[in-house]
Design a protein. Structure first.
Lengths: 158, 790
């Protein structure tokens, strides 16, 4: 067993894990944060996307011990003071989700991407989502949601 | 009295979303129970082998392991096979299908042993420690090869690889085909598809041993059917009345969770034997081998026509790959298309034959569209071939053959009665949006200029059928279940409303749409309606969600239940207002006295009066609640016109979708946003079939495309933005005029895409590209057509 200390959604969390434990299972099973989902075993689908030190990563590609001492944000940590994050709002407003299984990963990937590129084109948004698969929406309303949120976020800053 | 807000047809945002957006939803892997064990499955690496021994001793000795069982160890848990509910012919061959193989395995990934342990990792490690010895048997992986004399037998005891032959004929087929001046012959293959719901399957069984009670939580589309099927056919000594099935939040299905799976039976057996909750979560690599797959059908298609292209006859002979076993509705999938090969046209002769064949591959079964993509692809691609033959534009050949607009049930040659349709209007609208004339000019200009990037325009004027019903017709088709569904509306004394539905959504937004229907009928706020579903203890009557049936059956049940509520409410209102029922008029939410609108009772007021029961009319039961079970009198028939525009680099074979226009008609619409979302996702899966996805097995029955890195589920990069519009031709089948939209995109798109690809290359003499139309296939077709000059 290895001791892991990670700041998750702003709070210091610690647990003893088997060294082979993936970050996603540390979040889901040690911490009970089940909003982050697992959709494949080849790091293809992106359902498990979280932020590590502010940047999106697939939490199935990292061991929990590799996150030791670092900061993780999951879908549960995105809303603040009961207010949904603008991306959560825009996914709701634009019907950017159906079954909702890929949604936490999609949103976390978009949070990270919009920090990097606050006013993307549609094509750039599509490219940014290459590592996140959705089987329900044909991506149309996911792309629309992200473009809509980008407008809202840049509007807030201006 | 203020009129209540109307919600149907409006843009109500989904009530399902908040928990899904915040990580608060409960998918199957999010559920955990005190004392819960984990189950893991040891699977066969071989596609066909006799099991000579299964040694679980090493597995049992591993840390945390509670038990390990071979198929023979578990034999007394079953009364029979995993069920097939659609034996399509009397003489169908149906192999025995144990949840865990006992003597022989027939496809790669079939279960040979089961391990239960304290943790996920311990169970997985122990499953890998199971030692099974096999004696390999010859393998057949292609359905046409499997029918040949001397082919290896998938199930030696059946004596043949042919499961069944099912036929449907109408009109004088031989005469029409022998006398027609034009006959086009086409041959199409639909690749094997792997459904890939992003949430893999999974289930948890819990038990109260002293009561013999079980609860099965499963990521399923069909909790109700599962409860009946598991207890009636598979589990030994398990009473249906002591099994509760719950579908928690389910992360997509597309038909792949419309089944009774081995693991669900294993979990109930493991819970019974250990007396503890037991959980299994499918890994994606398992999903590729043990969850049903789709399509894998050969079609020989012939059209007979007059010289001008007037369609006279349709003939379709199918060889459909069942895989190694018949799962819940495996043999019936081709029948869902069997009646639709005339499309939206009016041939006078019709001939359909399908042979279902066993191979050493994962079973096929319902995958989004199920039989109807095959029918649409056959008729819509063949109509383009006919257009080329008689020298007409694809638009012209369709227009001259369309059924005329109709609003009442209308007979078609296959024996169906289409409910309503206006196919020309849909095509006109799609052509207008696409700018068809301009596209043809652009295509001509590029051809004339000999450009490397050529344009292709493909049409698909599809029709499909949803809402499998009535139950009597299903009986005639030898389908074991009914076509009805149920709805309960319960008006609570506080003015809130609870709806209980027999449908089981997994992304379709029923909670929102059902709330809209009830809110409008009763004049309450959409947020005051709570919709309960997916739990057989809460919603005892239901037929679940598949085949685009939920609105056309379950939604209409809701409409009738609301009528029953209003009938009773009217009686109570009349009694309270001391007038006769005829003196009342209803405008949601209130009954008022004609000519005296101030004398009124609202539905919430009546619900309270019905609850106190202080002053009810004679012979009136307290409470304001109604259930209706609706068995539709006919199918519904959504239709539409899709146009795909592709640009093809004839030097590299790369295909790019430039434009995709979809004009769909699903009758009246409850929630346009949800309908559009269904169309988007459906088209994406149809494009995926046409251009990207193919499940490939090698000659030994090894699945070569065994992960998401090998099997190309398209991302946002590969897919275009879709341009949508709709026409509204209300269904004559039900009083709401609704049809269904869950599968339309997947049914329409493959023909539109491949017609576009062939159209782009037709000037070179290319007449066919097999799906998926990969760059390599396109490049080869160009090379072949141009004698290697391209």
């Amino acid at each position: 067993m290895a001791r892991v200390e990670v700041t998750v959604n702003g709070a210091m969390r610690e647990a003893d894990v088997e060294p082979r434990t993936l970050l996603v299972y540390f979040l889901r099973e040690s911490l009970g944060l089940t909003g982050t989902n697992v959709g494949c075993d080849t790091s293809s689908c992106g359902a498990c996307t979280v932020l590590l030190d502010g940047e999106s990563i697939k939490s199935c590609t990292l061991l929990a011990v590799q996150a030791d001492g670092r900061e993780v944000t999951t879908i549960e940590g995105l809303a603040s003071n009961g207010e949904l994050h603008p991306l959560q709002e825009s996914f709701h407003r634009n019907h950017g989700l159906q079954c909702g299984y890929c949604t936490p990963g999609m949103i976390m990937a978009a949070v990270s991407y919009l920090k990097e590129n606050p006013s993307p084109t549609e094509e750039e948004v599509r490219e940014s989502l290459e590592g996140n698969l959705c089987r329900c929406t044909g991506y149309q309303n996911i792309v629309k949601s992200i473009l809509d949120a980008a407008g809202q976020l840049s509007g807030t800053k201006a | 009295m203020a009129t209540a807000q109307k919600y149907v047809g409006g843009g109500v945002l989904r009530k399902e979303d908040p928990e899904l957006l915040t990580g608060q939803a409960d998918f199957i892997d999010d559920l955990t129970f005190p004392g819960m064990l984990w189950l893991s499955v040891a699977r066969s690496p071989f596609a066909h082998a006799k099991i000579t021994s299964v040694d679980t001793s090493a597995a049992k000795a591993m840390p945390g392991v509670i038990a390990a069982w071979s198929g023979l160890d578990l034999a007394d848990e079953w009364q029979g096979s995993l069920p097939c509910a659609w034996p399509v012919t009397e003489d169908i061959k149906m192999p025995t299908h144990w949840p865990v193989a006992q003597e022989e395995v027939h496809h790669q990934g079939e279960a040979v042993a089961v391990v239960v342990a304290e943790t996920r990792a311990q169970a997985k490690d122990a499953a890998e420690a199971v030692v099974a010895d096999y004696e390999q048997q010859p393998v057949v992986t292609d359905a046409e090869e499997a029918l040949k004399e001397g082919a290896p037998l998938v199930h030696a005891d059946l004596g043949t690889n042919k499961s069944y032959t099912w036929a449907l004929s109408a009109g004088d087929v031989d005469k029409v085909f022998s006398s027609a001046p034009v006959v086009v012959k086409e041959r199409y293959y639909h690749p094997r598809l792997i459904p890939n719901a992003i949430e893999p399957r999974g289930a948890v069984a819990t038990t109260i041993p002293s009561q013999g009670e079980f609860t099965l939580y499963s990521a399923t589309q069909i909790p109700h059917i599962l409860k009946v099927a598991l207890t009636a056919f598979t589990m030994a000594n398990m009473s249906e009345s002591k099994l509760r099935v719950i579908a928690p939040d389910v992360g997509g299905g597309f038909g792949s969770k419309l089944n009774v799976y081995a693991e669900e039976a294993m979990l109930l057996a493991a819970a019974r034997r250990t007396g503890r909750p037991v959980k299994w979560i499918e890994e994606r690599s398992e999903n590729y081998l043990s969850t049903i797959q789709g399509r894998d059908v050969y079609q020989d298609v012939e059209l007979a026509a007059a010289e001008d292209g007037k369609l006279l006859g349709v003939r379709a002979h199918l060889v459909a790959d069942m895989g190694a076993y018949l799962q819940l509705v495996t043999p019936g999938i081709p029948l869902l298309g069997a009646f639709l090969y005339q499309g939206v046209y009016t041939p006078e002769a019709y001939d359909f034959v399908c042979t279902g064949v066993f191979t050493n591959k994962t079973p096929t079964d319902a995958y989004r569209g199920a039989g109807r993509p095959e029918a649409t692809y056959a008729i819509e691609r063949a109509m383009d071939a006919l257009a080329r033959r008689v020298g007409k534009d694809p638009v012209e050949i369709r227009r001259m053959n369309f059924m005329r607009p109709f609003m009442e049930p209308t007979d078609v040659i296959s024996g169906l009665k289409y409910d309503s349709g206006d196919y020309g209007r849909q095509l006109d609208r799609a052509l207008e949006i696409a700018g068809y004339e301009q596209l043809r000019k652009e295509q001509g200009a590029r051809r004339d200029a000999g450009e490397v990037k050529q344009l292709g325009i493909g049409l698909s004027t599809y029709i499909e059928m949803c809402g499998l019903a009535p139950s009597q017709v299903l009986s005639a088709l030898r389908y074991a279940a009914g076509g009805w569904d149920s709805a309960t509306i319960r008006c609570l004394p506080t003015g809130k409303v609870v709806v209980v539905t027999g449908t089981s959504p997994h992304g379709q937004g029923h909670v929102t749409s059902w709330s809209q229907i009830v809110a409008d009928a009763l004049g309450v706020a959409v947020d005051d309606v709570e919709v309960l579903h997916g739990d057989t203890a809460v919603s005892p009557l239901g037929m679940d969600t598949y085949g685009s049936r939920s609105l056309a059956v379950g939604g209409v049940a809701l409409h009738y239940a609301a009528q029953k509520i209003l009938d009773k409410a009217r009686r109570i209102a009349a009694h309270e207002l001391e007038v006769s029922e005829d003196d009342l008029e209803y405008e949601a939410p209130a009954f008022s006295v004609k000519g005296a609108p101030d004398k009124a009772r609202t539905i919430p007021e009546i619900a309270f009066a019905a609850w106190t029961a202080h002053s009810l009319p004679p012979d009136t039961e307290p409470g304001l609640e109604a259930t209706h079970v609706y068995d539709p009198g006919n199918f519904t028939f959504p239709a539409g016109a899709h146009i795909c525009v592709v640009e093809i680099d004839i030097e590299t074979g790369e295909v790019r979708i430039e434009k995709y226009v979809a004009v769909d008609d699903c009758g009246n619409v409850i929630n346009p946003m949800i309908v559009e979302g269904q169309i988007h996702g459906g088209i994406a899966q149809g494009i995926a079939e046409a251009m990207f996805e193919e499940g490939v097995y090698d000659e030994n029955g090894n699945l070569m495309t065994s992960s998401m890195t090998d099997y190309l589920v398209p991302s946002a990069v590969e897919l275009p933005a879709f341009e949508l519009d709709r026409t509204v031709t209300p269904s004559s089948t039900n009083p709401m005029g609704v049809k269904g939209i869950g599968e339309a995109g997947t049914i329409a798109a493959p023909a539109a895409v491949v017609n576009a690809v062939v159209d782009a290359l037709s000037y070179l003499g290319v007449t066919d590209i097999e799906m998926p139309a990969t760059p390599e296939r396109v490049w080869r077709a160009v090379r072949q057509a141009t004698g290697g000059a391209a």
